[in-house]
Design a protein around this ligand. Sequence first.
Ligand SMILES: *Cc1c(COP(=O)(O)O)cnc(C)c1O
Length: 408
Amino acid sequence: MSQKKFKGISTVTLHTANHENDNFSHTTPIYATSTFTFGSTDEGMERFKSDDKTRIYTRWGNPTFTAAQVTIEALESHGLKNEKGEDLEVKALLHASGQAAMSTLFFSNLSAGDTLLSHYSLYGGSQELMQKVLAEAGIKTILIDVRDLGLLDTTLSENKSIKLIHLETPANPTLQCVDIESICTIAHKHNVKVSVDNTVATPYLQQPFALGADFVFHSATKFLNGHGSALHGVMLGKDLEFMHTKAWKWHVLLGGNSNAFDAYLLIQGMKTLEIRMERHCENTVRVAQFLQNHPAIEHVNFTGFTTHPDYAIAQKQMKKPAPLLSFELKGGIDAGKKFIDALEVCTRAVSLGTVDTLVSHPATMTHYGIPREERIKYGITDGLIRMSVGIENIEDLESDLTQALAKI
Ligand SMILES: *Cc1c(COP(=O)(O)O)cnc(C)c1O
């Protein structure tokens, strides 16, 4: 589908997908079907021969998936050019979850004997996929602090089996940021590809393709959907040949496809991405400042604070500070538990990027599967609390935090 030129993000999310359909439905129809009919054997043969495999069998594609995919493609390539100065074209593959999309990303790029290099602060599921699944498939993972660019260069020189660098920036839940552009320059010098988990920043704040990334990944379950109503994952690439052959093969044969109802929910959710993100970002600054000034708080991790160790990188590559923060109370884990239990407006739940504020405790929840010494080294201490700030009215968030902090 050729890309339409829109100036703003909201127009992209509202008008990129082709909504034309036989029954004039205004919203994208939910094509709840496993298979698609052929008028004749010749017609079936034509559809099999064509590059567009979306009207054959739903594991291969479905028009509802296509509407979600083209919108995400337009978001991640919005305003970007390729080396020839033409509009950048990228390809997205929608999956059943972030983990399914990440499996396609890793397995289409790595085989037994290859090595994956990543930063040591990662989403728990990503690290577990690397160390518990890839390891059994003969793919090694090296985790280093890739903010040390000298160490990155040496590691790449010394390990010729590294084929992919996977970055997550800002990282969930430590909010560490890594310099996508500098890392891509070093990686490409060594002929190594780079993928970026853009879940926390979203294309509203950060476009990894503009900074040299080869692949972009999203848990679309989070800010892209925005309402916590379904799971989805997306893998995008700018090597269209690779996406249509290697990535597509793993996607279709591992069977990690989405379903039409969830794809519909994603399409509906993305329509308000820009206005949600504006409010998420505005509220997060206010909450971060509130917590920072509160006497019960030891430390706040927020990419908008000049004291954040990666503040300069965050400023360089994101339009605004990310709408996610984590913090530690002076009273440690006990105070943290009392605080979380006393919340009345904020929701106690894992996940992030929903319209309501979510509060979780990584050490006992999302990062429970990572050994304690390791997670502490990465910055996930026992008392760390993570907050995904929603779009509630700020006065209600501040009074909820005030009353809960008074009870610790
Ligand atoms: C949630 C999340 C994932 C995994 O996605 P699922 O949709 O839960 O499978 C990967 N990376 C990050 C940063 C996440 O927050």
